[in-house]
Ligand binder design. Sequence first.
Ligand code: F6P
Length: 780
Amino acid sequence: MHLFRVRLILALIASVTLVSTASTYFDVLAHRHVLREDLERRTKWMGISIQPDVQGVLRTGDPSALPGLMQLLKSGTGALGLAVYDTHGKLMASSGPPDVMRALARGVVEKSLQRGIQVGAFGHEGEWQWLEEAFPIHDGNQLEGAMAIVADASYIRREANALWQRSFWRIVALVILIVAITLGMVRWFLLRPMSRVAERLRGLRTGRVDEHKEGTISKLGLFSPLEREVETMAESLKAARAAAEAEARLREAGEHFWTAERLAVHIRNRTGSSRIFVVSNREPYMHLRQGKEIVCVVPPSGLVTAIEPVLRACDGVWVASGNGDADGATVDEFDRLRVPPDDPRYTLRRVWLSEEEEARYYDGFANEGLWPLCHIAHTRPVFRAADWECYQRVNQRFADALLKEMEGDAEPVVFVQDYHLALLPQMVKRERPDARVAIFWHIPWPNPEAFGICPWQAELLDGLLGADLIGFHIPLHCNNFLATVDRVVESRTSREHMSVLRNGHLSAVRPYPVSVAFDAVAHLAATLSRPEMELERAAERHKLLSEFGVRAECLAVGVDRLDYTKGIVERLDAIEQLLETHPWHHERLTMVQIAAPSRTRIPSYVELRRRVDATVERINTRFQTARWKPIVLIERQCNHDEVRRWYRAADICLVTSLHDGMNLVAKEYVAARDDEDGVLVLSKFTGAAVELRDALLVNPYDIVGVAEAIHLGLEMSLIERRERMQRMRRQVMEHNIYLWAARVLGDLRELRLEPEERTEASHAAPGRVRRVEIPVGKLA
Ligand code: F6P
């Protein structure tokens, strides 16, 4: 730093001196020019005024008038000398200092005589400096001779020197001032913020991260563009350090939970690279325009909640439909971008669908057809031939995009998501037999009778059976699938091995209960005492509810997409029932329902929203008082942090789906409760009910039963709440999303590519046979 200062000072001195000297030099030049011009003008006037007298001298040849003229010139204008010449340039008479008069350049007078014009030139000799101005003398047209006035010009040099002297001190003052100001500015605007950046980085390195980073960052001044980077780095380092600590603690405690890091290492060890290719309809990050700004939001989707942490851990490419209105503006020329935007870990490749494709493939076939087909929610599926045709086309578009992304990757691992892309496995496998393809069906698989109403069930099954591995949440869905395959297509299905052999290709069918990224660190690090936690929760509940003008001692929360499978209306009815049968909860309990609008172009969803609004209105009108209402409806998408605040403030969480593949809200609620408190009321028709046996399991159609379960939950003793929550947390922690991904991807990796052969199980046409040898539940 010292050397930097010395160098900076020297460079400043040199450059300021150079610039100032050059500027002074040009000032002096300009000043001299002005003085010379002035002298020339004055000398010219002198010449004109004495011309008649000089003419007399020339005519008479008598030089006696010269000294008098000279005296006149000297006193009036400070001239040095005067000389008179005949027409040949011969000196006739002169007056002035002999040194000067001798040194006069002959050429000046000669040129004036020859051209008949006034000619001037500056000259010098010893101390003398002068301007010699020669004038031709005419009588009419007749040239009579010439005269030269020698004007003293030495004051011009003196003035120039004086100017240099004055400038010297000015330059010195300037150098001192500029060096001082620059050093001050460097210190203020560069060194201080720089040392703050250094301080912050040091803090990060040593683990002493400044908790009040906002203050620190605002002081970064010139380096504030680094703010985001520094912040992100801080977050990553903090997360990495926390993960390492967690790993160490888990090891110390003899635990074997799965973490993001463990998953990445696990996949890398098996494949040499942890890179995977995921395809889904829903994208993990959506860009939207808000005024002039573009904001990035995470869509409300269980699929995204589950898959995003896996991609973060593994890296790779996620192919999905880009349907944010600013999605096109945020990709490169290959329709790709790295995400998460703040901390890029993997590539998102967007596929663009037209409005018609959205309407037919997504709204139509996927959500008016397959969605109600697979959920027993008593909404009739609608199948249209045009929607099916479009569904096939869009599946091919996703397949093409994926195949392009996979170019150059040998034996790529492909993980297809959900019912929107049932045909993709077969399409991909046809083009890339070396790819290892798994598909996970995030919704229930109904029994063969129910599935049988789909006119294109055989084509859908063939699409799915292109996969090497087909995953469902629970064994019941696997069995329903195997039964459907058995009934619909010619194949050999094995319940024992949970596999299907069709057209020489073997697909394994396995249950993998999807989960969430449980924060094992927070779990191990909970430090507050129970009364402190109670107080904190009460304060948070008060704060959250007062934003809606409500006061309540107890808080129930529901978080769902506005979907008819979620049993939202039934849940509201249960709250009404509770208030009827247990008036004790009046002005005591408020239920907050977060309902993210979903599939809003589909009539059944529009109708559901109308019903939910009307039900809330009815119940609130019936029971509300000045400072309390039983239901607060938040009909918008809330971000992860907002939802987490509601989870943590709630006494009870209500998940009353009429039918649900898994339902990750239940697991998210449990994962958020690191205070080990809170009650979960859970529909027995969700996949989560298979694992979370300590929830209060309900039949969502039984309104009285749900109301009683809520009452029971609100009255439950702290000890019981705690024991139940502890067991549920252990379940979610042990079976988190990393274990889920490790199992699916690990199983997929263990598929052995066998040379062409005929197996006893195969009764299909000769062809390439893949034998799958996956020990069931190997990683569980
Ligand atoms: O349950 C199936 C599923 O894809 C979930 O993963 C997700 O929560 C939900 O549907 C989202 O649906 P969409 O993508 O239509 O908003």
